[in-house]
Design a protein around this ligand. Structure first.
Ligand SMILES: [Ca+2]
Length: 270
């Protein structure tokens, strides 16, 4: 998203959140109606697995028992697939200036975004070989697939999620993401689970759970300390949320993280 568009989006969101609805007009001294509840969650680690500490992870998703990963940095970007915790069985390197970003699997194909190369790449999900490229007129950050809704969900670092045609990636709409009525910005890697979209927040150890039909944040996962600070190399950041199919578990990792965690999200206070 261009700066002017970011400013416009933020202004719009702030105006919306600052404009009192009729129902909120109240007599002095009467407390405001409580904002929608945001469930506070933490991470319960079930298993730790090795992860390539050189991988600048930008996209992470499971399809069946296969873990797919997209990595960034021009000249170091790649797409990989294999068993979680093992060396990838398939790996394709991407030449500069391509900068790999989010990834999502649609059966026999997958989409991989690029950050600012102006294209998205469709690949064979078995061989990871490139099938075609389509124009992508936005910064590419995260992407996930909502098959029941027939659409992709994408992020660009702003507080909005876009909805896109899964065949052309043409933008069909978007939604403002808010918590307690305020915009939640820096939405990064995404994970679709039904109508829920999980998004990790850039440069934080937070993951928000978003109702994609309204944009409301319904839960927030505090993953502080998941990777001990002693293991965080410069540039390391949580960035990778992959639901484990058929379970309520997730795989989490980050850019330059040496570890892949199999976790559950559980209430902070039982
Ligand atoms: Ca993901």
């Amino acid at each position: 998203m261009r700066p002017a568009a970011v400013a416009a989006a933020l202004t719009g969101a702030l105006l919306t959140s600052c404009t009192p609805a009729v129902s909120t007009i109240r007599a002095p001294g009467v407390p405001a109606r409580a904002a929608a509840e945001v469930e506070q969650l933490r991470v319960k680690v079930l298993e730790t697995l090795p992860h390539d500490a050189k991988a600048f992870t930008q996209g992470l998703e499971m399809s069946g028992s296969t873990l797919y990963e997209s990595t960034g940095i021009a000249g170091q970007s790649s797409v990989r697939a294999g068993t979680p915790g093992k060396e990838p069985a398939v790996r394709v390197s991407m030449p500069a200036p391509l900068f790999g970003e989010g990834l999502t699997v649609l059966g026999r194909t997958l989409w991989q975004l690029t950050w600012q190369n102006g294209i998205a790449i469709e690949r064979d999900s078995s061989t990871l070989s490139e099938l075609r490229r389509v124009p992508y007129r936005d910064d590419g950050w995260g992407v996930c697939h909502q098959p029941e809704r027939g659409r992709l969900v994408t992020s660009n670092g702003s507080s909005r999620l876009a909805f896109r045609d899964p065949k052309t990636l043409a933008k069909q709409g978007d939604v403002a993401v808010t918590a307690h009525g305020r915009p939640v910005t820096a939405l990064n890697e995404l994970e679709c689970v039904g109508d829920i979209v999980y998004a990790n927040i850039l440069f934080t150890d937070r993951i928000v759970r978003i109702d994609a039909t309204t944009g409301a944040v319904t839960g927030e996962v505090d993953a502080t300390g998941l990777l001990p600070s002693s293991e965080k190399r410069p540039g390391a950041a949580l960035n990778g949320v992959a639901a484990v199919p058929g379970t309520d578990q997730f795989l989490l990792t980050g850019k330059l993280w040496p570890t892949l965690f199999r976790v559950k999200f559980v209430p902070s206070r039982p």
